[in-house]
Design a protein around this ligand. Sequence first.
Ligand SMILES: Cc1cc2nc3c(=O)[nH]c(=O)nc-3n(C[C@H](O)[C@H](O)[C@H](O)COP(=O)(O)OP(=O)(O)OC[C@H]3O[C@@H](n4cnc5c(N)ncnc54)[C@H](O)[C@@H]3O)c2cc1C
Length: 402
Amino acid sequence: MKVIIVGAGVAGPILAMLLQHKGFSPVIYEAAPSIPSGGGGVQLSPQTFKVLNIVGLAERAIAAGQAQETLEFRSEPSGRVLFSWDIPALIRAETGWPVCHIRRITYVRLLVDAVRERGIEVQFGKKVVRVEQEGEKVRVEFEDGTEDEGDLLVGCDGMSSDVRELVFPPGKEHYTGIIVIGGIARRHPSAVPPTVLQVFGDAAHFLSAPFSPTEIGFQCALPEPRVSSDRWRSIPPTTTQGQAMLMALPQARWGGGPSRMIGEATSAYRHAVSLREPLDTWHEGRVVLVGDSAHPATPHLGQGGNQAAEDAYHLVRLLCRPGHIPLSPPELAAALAEYTAVRVPHAKDVVASSIAEGRVRVLAGPEKCKKRDEALGKSLAEGRWRDVVRRMRGPFEGESEI
Ligand SMILES: Cc1cc2nc3c(=O)[nH]c(=O)nc-3n(C[C@H](O)[C@H](O)[C@H](O)COP(=O)(O)OP(=O)(O)OC[C@H]3O[C@@H](n4cnc5c(N)ncnc54)[C@H](O)[C@@H]3O)c2cc1C
């Protein structure tokens, strides 16, 4: 069965490898001329490693990033450490897999390289502009006038998915009122174990996590009422605009790490956090959605790529489930309906949690911040981290079904 995958971000390459592993023939088409280089880092949690392990790629991904050991929360207004605990190490002990941070471009490159090593075709500069379904085939047309035809089409084309726009109700895109300005800085050698640091301020939040022994990524969240179309837009700190953007951040004056990292940034980006309504149905005939195309979340939970890996696992599991083989039209429809049913509630929960997390990070006013800081310290100490572990356990316990 030939499967056309649209998008070589995170979901597309993972899905391609799983499909090939189960005997399907995937091909990937990506709109960008090469791997898009914007953005900073992504968090990879145990779900991703469980899925990558099916195709022998988990250890390689772990080695390309930085496994974290500690999580520390601080309050900027009070200067207090709210919480410092080896939660990432506990997550590893409970699930068998670490929580890592990695440059997004390093991760996507690793996935695309692995896809190519397995002989799967990836074509760049191929923007899908038309989708047609006829009989038992689905045809795509690209911006350059070329076409291809397959038995199934999977839209892995991210938040502004054209496949969604062409086949499904597009859903309104809206700006959340939060911007994220981030970057990468040199990591100073220190005795501190790899730590995810979060500093909560008044209408400002700072997060940092090392990506490697030599690099650390940081991300500042701020409320910003003006609507902007910036999406992971690179703004080099060597430019006047980049310097002005970084130095205007309130976090650039915060001690204990943030000011140094921001001052020493070697790359920087700006991202206006937008959302699109998640869909209730992710399939239509021979077209199905995976990852951000179906359920974009805000980046505040660090779950976009991890949820995409879970989607890919469940889609392949259900496509090759014994009752669904040989995937005649009714069997295919049943497999895709089950995929939607399994994933929609979970994805909605993650989207809602990511929105709530963003609100907490940009909360304004001394009284509200004081209450928030007290609650944060308590909630983690009282076991909220168990909810985090629960979310990171999926998409299967024990042996993989594929
Ligand atoms: C440039 C970029 C930088 C990012 N940086 C960060 C970051 O720093 N931190 C973070 O948490 N998240 C970041 N994200 C988002 C995060 O990677 C995603 O939430 C997550 O990985 C979900 O993966 P996905 O494969 O569903 O979508 P994505 O990773 O967004 O991949 C979608 C891919 O589809 C391609 N595409 C779009 N339209 C078409 C079309 N018509 N035809 C063919 N291909 C198409 C896109 O070019 C893109 O490569 C970034 C996304 C992008 C695109």
